[in-house]
Ligand binder design. Sequence first.
Ligand code: PLP
Length: 295
Amino acid sequence: MIVYVNGSFVSEEEAKVSVFDHGFLYGDGVFEGIKAYNGRIFALDEHVDRFFESAQSIQLLLPLSRNEMKKAILETVRRNNLKDAYIRPVASRGKGALGLDPRSCPKATVVIIVDAEIRHPEDTGGASLSQKGIKVITTTFRRNGPDVLSPRIKSTNYLNNILAKLQANAVGVQDAIFLNEQGFVCELTGDNLFIVKNSRVLTPPLWFGILDGVTRRVVLRIAKEMRLETTEEPLTLHDLYTSDECFCTATRIEVVSIVWVDGRQIGSGAPGPVTVQITKRFLDLANREGAPIFE
Ligand SMILES: Cc1ncc(COP(=O)(O)O)c(C=O)c1O
């Protein structure tokens, strides 16, 4: 694989970041997860905008413009000669002194990694499981609030999420749902959450402390196109347990049905008709729309 590191394209073996980088020492950085389908990078503008917003929020000055970033992402995929890819841009505070003060880091590190494997079955416990639907629990770890470390920042500090994932692993389910400090449902460890109730598509609002997922936005748009009522409103575990359908969304896993939550079967115990339709429309769109890689 060819990796972009600070303006150069180098081999995987040559792609190195300093052990003094504050991204490594303190998790001081931001990242994105983007996918290319069928020769096009899906929602490239949205992902690059979110990358720059995350950087702005942590006062990280990126050494390239949004346009240059888009070009660098396209060029990295092109150099790897991939039509389908998972793309991971990362920016960290850069090399500095051992103290955590970012002022000792004069220049951000920017890396773009690509992966030819776009399905990532390990995220949901295997390809067949993502088709059958996954089991999840509610984690006892609260989602860090917007006044602690805003989940709107896609930061390289994912320990809150990893603690919840460890809990899911410990009981042998695929993922965990976070509640916020008030006990309302937020999101999963790396995915946004939706329920379907009486043909209404519901998802928690952004101000609850969740990532503004690109897939979430697209799914809301698709549900509207399907003439389904959509609302971003506070949801409790009761709403989840009694929903007709439940599913999660993320760039990596796309749309995956949730069929079991905290011991309760959801709906029929299999992906419901609305989830199936939304998944199909999402994949149709992702395979059609996007920034062309080879033009
Ligand atoms: C915590 C969290 N929530 C939601 C998402 C889904 O976001 P997107 O659809 O933009 O991939 C992600 C994925 O990056 C995430 O890490």
